[in-house]
Design a binder for this molecule. Structure first.
Ligand code: DGI
Ligand code: FE
Ligand code: FE
Length: 190
């Protein structure tokens, strides 16, 4: 599907706020791609579709994963909202016709991250956090500046703040989030 058609469809699938966030991520990802010499078209598509499964009710997410044979971990059973990333990659491919595996992968890992993430993966993860409609995270201003300078350092900062936030609010922590933080922290230290 063309980007405009996908936009039209998503406007129906998502609530207003999520749709605005989606456009914010799409254009922020494009800007980050420009700054870091990555492919802008891939960034636009991945940004546009990253939350396409976000507005499916949580109870349905687990059933849909079983139906599509997407593995569900113990942490995902307890926090099914995490599944919107994997389900999003599934719908990007099967509903929106995206065949580019790099776009699908960036969507799949956009919530927890993954050790060894590539440039597009990082761009989507970071754009999701810094897009202009976001206002709650600490250090946002500094992180926004850093994002256009160094992707690995930005990942380290965001993951560190995210883990602190999850610890404070007592959220179930996915081992992948911890592994991704360790990966970037080590990468930046040595
Ligand atoms: O879908 P969005 O809200 O745009 O953004 P997202 O997909 O990055 O999800 C953001 C939330 O995900 C944020 O509140 C932090 C949370 N998160 C990230 N890693 C983990 C996590 N939540 C839990 N419970 N466990 C994690 O490991
Ligand atoms: Fe998301
Ligand atoms: Fe998002």
């Amino acid at each position: 599907m063309k980007r405009r058609e996908i936009e039209k469809q998503l406007k129906k699938e998502l609530d207003k706020e999520r749709f605005c966030h989606t456009l914010g991520v799409m254009y922020t990802a494009a800007a980050l791609a420009m700054a870091h010499g990555a492919d802008m078209e891939q960034a636009l598509y991945a940004g546009l579709l990253h939350d396409c499964a976000k507005c499916i009710p949580n109870e349905e997410k687990i059933a849909l994963c079983k139906k599509y044979q997407i593995p569900v971990s113990a942490v995902e059973e307890k926090s099914p909202f995490l599944l919107h990333a994997k389900l999003g990659a599934y719908y990007a491919k099967n509903t929106y016709g995206i065949e580019d595996e790099e776009i699908l992968h960036a969507i799949k890992v956009h919530t927890t991250g993954e050790p060894g993430m590539n440039t597009l993966d990082k761009i989507i993860y970071i754009a999701d956090y810094i897009e202009p409609n976001r206002d709650k995270a600490p250090n946002l201003e500094a992180i926004r500046t850093l994002a256009f300078q160094n992707l690995d350092e930005t990942m380290d900062k965001i993951l560190s703040d995210t883990l602190n936030y999850l610890q404070e609010k007592g959220g179930e922590i996915d081992p992948l989030t911890v592994e991704t933080y360790a990966y970037f922290h080590n990468k930046n230290t040595f």
